[in-house]
Design a protein around this ligand. Structure first.
Ligand SMILES: [Zn+2]
Length: 155
């Protein structure tokens, strides 16, 4: 069985909320993702010391360079994640297509992917609507005080 995973991350890759706001946001997420049986679902809040890849797992099939518009080999990205463990001090990387420094969060992924120092994730939601709705995203943004993006993955 494949796992389904959805997470909300700040649009600013280095931003982190205060811990009280994060706890309030997690409580809200548990309310809108009820899990009466408590068997399969898990809601997690992650604070990362470094900028961490929150990627869409096997869904990413194509990465395009924002500088030269050429495709970047998936192998390059997989190797990068392997070398760094998916953790970065800076989002700037030298891309193989045009050998220039590009911010990771400006690469165009064919499936939403992101880089963040904070995330709220729901694994295997118990409710039928798996992803966060636009209203729920706005509610979590209001609690945290920062715009968010959703990353959805089958892993
Ligand atoms: Zn390029």
């Amino acid at each position: 069985m494949s796992d389904f995973y959805t997470s909300l991350i700040p649009t600013d890759v280095t931003w982190q909320p205060a811990s009280a706001a994060a706890a309030e946001a997690a409580a809200y997420v548990r309310r809108v993702f009820p899990d009466p049986d408590g068997v399969q679902q898990s809601v997690t809040v992650g604070f990362h010391d470094r900028i961490t890849a929150v990627d869409a797992g096997e869904n990413v099939q194509q990465i395009t360079c924002p500088r030269c518009d050429r495709d970047i080999a998936l192998d390059w990205y997989q190797d990068l994640l392997e070398e760094t463990g998916g953790e970065f001090d800076s989002v700037l990387v030298t891309v193989p297509c045009c050998e220039t420094a590009v911010a990771l969060d400006t690469l165009t992924f064919d499936w939403p992917s992101g880089f963040a120092r904070f995330e709220i994730a729901v694994a295997n939601p118990a409710r039928p609507e798996f992803a966060f709705t636009p209203d729920e995203i706005r509610a979590v943004e209001a609690i945290l005080g920062h715009p968010l993006r959703q990353v959805v993955a089958h892993i």
